[in-house]
Ligand binder design. Structure first.
Ligand code: ARG
Length: 564
């Protein structure tokens, strides 16, 4: 079903194999306007080569292009415009969707290679931030997209569960903490303790020293310190799990920073062996002047290791444990420098696989144009945001479709889907303005709009009692009005491939919006169930559109309710 390839192969023959087929394929465009056909081949490059006018070359070639797949070949300016055979192509395409359903557009260029995806990675005892939400949503979608392309994704939650802040937290808890309160509301309570520590430390300078000493105890395996840390970690994880459950996200590994504690000596040793460690300001660093980067901090004067050291250990562990073909880090762009340093240090250590590590950065979530984050003790709890979105979706539903059954389930699917789609519809580097009203609208580029389009398609199929079955090829149906929508189905596989290669779910998001819009336009123009002529073709088209919408939404991590 790759007509670009087919056209390229024909041109390759016509041009006496002078220009590689792949190069010809790259030249072929998809015209902006339907009156220019489905494929366009610009002859300007050839014109230079052959010292003829582009028009003359287009003319000469166009009369020789022949294939059953093509209905018409025209020349406009220096372009050869090719119109696909609507009947043949539509029937083949829909039959493929009908036969493959959820497997339609599956690809195997990933060749089973493993991709580790470092995603979500919130910090223990701190609120789950908007940045962590973005990382979760983007990472989850990349896992689904890469899997569709034949890779084996491994989703890793690199929890922020180690560092000097835990010494401070233990100090604060021992002074002012209340076990019952922590159990009831772990993150709010632990955050309050952490904030109190910093307030009190301004007056009482001994606190910092106590914090350091408790962290030292923690690192040395002191039992009390360890059991408190363990408890904070578990309580925090319980809270995070509720968010993951709401969003339907699972992980293959929760190996966070603490997991690498016993793997740090080896890193330091390897760096020493490679003579890469130098002393600077009483700390051990890897110099990266050559790479034009600031030095990478490995070990502090008191022996404590750092975020970067743990990431070095994690990278090595992932390579040895998963033998990844690619290793992705879905982390906000404010950590770009950290990942550049990380990759540079591993390169210096002689690991050629460092090239397979990719930082997949993203922009910020804004509210009224400002960064949305933990504001002075006032926490924007993500769980509350999700629950509010679900409640609003429910309210909409009570107004629009009060008799719907499964209201709980559907409002969850719509409320959560709205938040996810709003995040994924723009290129990840763009900042996003957070607005529940906006993301829950039923019109425009929103999750509910897509889910609604899907549910509407399913409802037509139910009314018509449609059972998916293969269409007779060269049957009685006509495809003029259906063409815009049907031909879009062809793009699904290449769209997924591009999203995979660019680590960019928005390519899939934009595509399903285009498909839904084309379908809704068609639906408004054609009284689908009223005239019987062509009914089978129409239903096959609607069925195929619902299959692709559902699969497209799935690749973004969004569910498609059958009714809403
Ligand atoms: N916990 C970190 C933070 O919230 C993100 C960790 C990202 N992953 C990594 N391997 N460094 O900023």
């Amino acid at each position: 079903m790759n007509f670009k390839k087919e056209l390229a192969a024909i041109l390759y023959g016509l041009l006496n194999q002078e220009i590689p087929e792949a190069q010809l394929e790259l030249l072929i465009e998809k015209p902006k306007f339907p009156e220019h056909g489905d494929l366009a081949f610009p002859c300007f490059t050839l014109a230079k080569l052959k010292r003829k006018s582009p028009q003359a070359i287009a003319q000469e070639l166009s009369v020789q292009i022949q294939s059953l797949s093509f209905e018409k070949v025209e020349v406009v300016g220096g372009y050869i415009n090719v119109f696909l055979n609507k009947k043949l192509v539509s029937e083949k395409l829909l039959n493929k969707v009908i036969a493959e359903v959820g497997q339609f557009a599956d690809q195997d260029f990933g060749k089973g290679g493993t991709i580790t995806i470092d995603m979500s990675s919130p910090n223990i005892a701190k609120p789950f931030s908007m940045g962590h939400l973005r990382s979760t949503v983007i990472g989850n979608s990349l896992a689904l997209i890469t899997e569709k392309c034949g890779f084996k994704p491994i989703k890793i939650n690199h929890l922020g569960d180690w560092g000097t802040q835990f010494g401070k937290l233990i100090t604060a808890y021992k002074r002012w903490g209340d076990a019952e309160k922590v159990r009831q509301n772990p993150i709010k309570e632990l955050l309050a303790l952490y904030i109190k520590f910093h307030e009190e430390a301004e007056r009482d300078s001994s606190l910092e020293a106590q914090g350091r000493s408790w962290f030292k105890k923690l690192e040395d395996g002191n039992e009390e310190a360890n059991s408190l840390w363990q408890w904070f970690r578990e309580e925090s994880l319980k809270e995070f799990s509720r968010i993951y459950q709401l969003m339907n996200v699972e992980f293959d590994s929760f190996a966070g920073e603490a997991f690498y504690n016993d793997k740090m000596d080896r890193i330091v040793h390897l760096l020493e062996e490679g003579q890469l460690l130098v002393e600077s300001d009483q700390a051990m660093v890897v110099d990266l002047k050559q790479e034009q980067l600031p030095p990478c901090l490995i070990k502090k004067s008191d022996g404590a290791t750092l975020y970067a050291t743990r990431d070095l250990a994690a990278a090595l562990y992932r390579k040895e444990n998963y033998d990844f073909a690619q290793s992705l880090y879905v982390v906000g762009h404010e950590q770009s420098l950290h990942f550049k340093q990380l990759i540079a240090v591993l390169g210096k250590m002689g690991y050629d696989w460092a090239e397979k590590m990719v930082h997949v950065p993203f922009g910020m979530m804004l509210k009224d144009g400002k960064k949305m984050s933990t504001r002075k003790g006032k926490v924007v709890l993500l769980e509350e945001v999700l629950n509010e979105s679900i409640a609003m979706a429910r309210q909409n539903m009570e107004e629009k479709n009060p008799h719907l059954i499964h209201k709980d389930q559907v409002s969850k699917q719509v409320g959560v889907g709205a938040v996810i789609f709003h995040d994924l519809k723009n290129h990840r580097m763009n900042d996003i303005e957070f607005s529940l009203e906006e993301m829950l609208r039923f019109e425009g580029e929103t999750g509910p709009y897509l889910q609604y389009t899907y549910a509407r398609g399913r409802s037509i199929l139910r009314k018509a009692n449609y059972q998916a079955k293969v269409l007779p090829e060269n049957g009685p149906n006509t495809w003029e009005k259906e063409w815009k929508t049907a031909s879009l189905l062809m793009d699904f596989a290449p769209v997924i491939k591009r999203a995979c290669e660019n680590h960019d779910p928005s390519i899939v998001a934009k595509y399903i919006i285009d498909l839904a819009q084309a379908f809704n336009k068609y639906y408004a123009e054609v009284k689908i169930l009223e005239e019987n002529k062509n009914l089978e073709a129409r239903l096959a088209l609607i069925f195929s559109v619902t299959v692709v919408l559902k699969e497209g939404l799935r690749l973004l991590g969004i569910e498609a309710p059958e009714e809403m």
